[in-house]
Design a protein around this ligand. Structure first.
Ligand SMILES: [Zn+2]
Length: 213
């Protein structure tokens, strides 16, 4: 079973990818982890990636795809895999398909965890952090006992620039602009399944596993 997991920031994609990989006994390939691993091991691709990152440039698609190809040709990937965090754009999706078909492989299912923009803004922009001990809080999900003050150390709570609702709205906009064509692409290929991400983590998990089995 070869799966691509899509979903905006705040949809709980990482958690769900982990559950799928444990339940189906397939490997979890997170593009961020893959980048770090390759750099830590000093692989050729990892060094190439480092070069781009040090110049403040995006790591090109073919470098990432090379890492994914390496990873999925390992013996532990014979059962399959869940790709998490890649592809993000239409170009990446078609290069991935080309790379897979050269190994006689293809993606079986693309699972898209859908969460409305308004819900994402609530989830992502409600984050507050303690200035002293860095403990995170959330306006609706995990409020401090006293407003603006840390339960642990009485430190002052503040909101990071990235977590303000303006910044969050922009991030969500960038995500939907990039992924709309990608979702269309997989829809046309007939392997896209949409999952309602505005349920409990447990219910999202159930829907995902039902779709796969
Ligand atoms: Zn604190």
């Amino acid at each position: 079973m070869r799966i691509v997991l899509l979903g905006p920031p705040g949809a709980g994609k990482g958690t769900q990818a982990k559950t799928i990989s444990e339940t189906l006994a397939v490997i979890h390939v997170a593009s961020g982890d893959l980048l770090r691993e390759n750099q830590n091991k000093g692989t050729e691709l990892g060094e190439m990636a480092r070069g781009y990152m040090q110049k403040g440039l995006l790591v090109p698609d073919d470098v990432i795809i090379g890492m994914i190809q390496d990873r999925i040709s390992n013996p532990d990937a014979t059962n399959g895999y869940v790709l998490d965090g890649f592809p993000r754009t239409l170009e990446q999706a078609s290069s991935l398909d080309a790379a897979l078909s050269s190994q006689n492989q293809h993606i079986d299912k693309v699972l898209n965890i859908k969460v409305s923009d308004s819900e994402l803004i609530v989830r992502l922009s409600g984050r507050w952090i303690c200035r002293d001990c860095q403990r995170p809080y959330h306006e609706t999900n995990s409020k401090p006992k006293k407003q603006g003050m840390c339960d642990e150390c009485n430190g002052e709570l503040y909101q990071r620039e990235d977590d303000t609702s303006d910044a969050v709205s922009k991030r969500i906009q960038v995500y939907s602009n990039q992924t709309a064509p990608l979702i269309e692409y997989y829809k046309e290929r007939g392997n896209l399944v949409e999952i309602n991400g505005e349920q409990s983590i447990e219910d999202v998990r159930k829907d995902l596993l039902e779709t796969i089995s």
